[in-house]
Write a protein that binds this ligand. Sequence first.
Ligand code: ZN
Length: 440
Amino acid sequence: MTGLVVHGCNQLVVGPANEPDGGPGEGDGATVLETIDDGAVAIDDGEILAIGDSDTVCREYPPENADRAIDATGKLVTPGFVDPHTHALFAGDRSEEFVARIEGTTYTEIMAAGGGIPVTVEAVREASDGTLLENLLAQLDVMLAHGTTTAEVKSGYGLDTETELRMLDVIARADERHPVDLIPTFMGGHGVPDGMETDSYVESVVSEQLPAVADQGIAEFCDVFCEEGVFDVEQSRRILEAGQEYGLDAKIHAEEFSHIGGAQLAADLGAVSADHLLQATESDAAALATAGVTPVLLPATAFALGEAYADPSPHLAADAPVALGSDLNPSCYVHNMGLVVSLACLRMGMHPATALLGATANAARAISRTDGTGMSRTGTLRTGTLRTGTAGDLVVFDHPDYLHLPYNVGSNRVETVVKEGRVVHRNTSAPRSQNGGDTR
Ligand code: ZN
């Protein structure tokens, strides 16, 4: 008995065209993406049993014998979105800042005036565990409804040992309860608490927070905001190296508002990803590619803050697996990875195929969702692609093909979300076409 068969897909997106032999993200335009017309996928026990053309798959795994079948005639089916960069766990309300930004105040000015992260830090410190958990579950519901099946979530609104541990604990509890798989990142190095010198705060991150976080055993990555006026390169290096000593792989917010050497640091440390990269240079891109660091670009941040967009071309020219994330946080209130893909196409010149890989397979590399112990760049993906043996995480869209995904800007055309072979979301308000939906 098969768990789930999705059949008749007008277009089924498999993943990178040259995976697993040729490495990710190589080639131009549509050739980077492997798709199947009139495709089907059979899933059991959370994993993909078979994928191919509908006739072949349905002969071996008849839909009528499955626990559940979805007739995806006329529909687009893709791997579930992987969101590799979020600050989805927060409390409080910063909608006033939204107005200030519209009226022309820059984010740097807001930070200088005591706004931004410190406001959220105060709210998170005051919130109960129960409130934090409810907040995160509510964000995850929206993310799932837009097709996200795996998401990284950072701490970093505590900036003290107790609250950082509480945030990571809430992320772990939400992961147990919610269909979206959560990847927890410790980010004590998100900002400097009010009234503290940066160097002494770095010392407390390294000597107090990190040992406690390692002891708690939840976090997978350690991240730092390497930025002029926040943590300089040496302070960032200190935090990330200490994290690595505790077994937490490095991630970094690098070259966002200023160019101070964060990308080069990521390359030096062999970080898993370097994120933002608005100010990154060609030599930064080459260094990251050589070191196997996945570049994560966050177009929704540029969109929300009115900043320039990152340039993906030097990373693509270096054959890097460019990943895309939402950067969901109080100053970038975006859950919709479909919108992120649209922005990457419309504002960063990425081909829809390359952008879709950025939100699926390459995003999975940015959070090391790969088998084996090799570098995240080279291991076999566990999610973000639809191949025999990968997770049965997929989305049925009311689109004929993947071009229509970014072409429809901001609208949510998700019909069904499947996580590990289970239907975990149905958009009941989606326009029902004659053929779409469950057959049984
Ligand atoms: Zn961030």
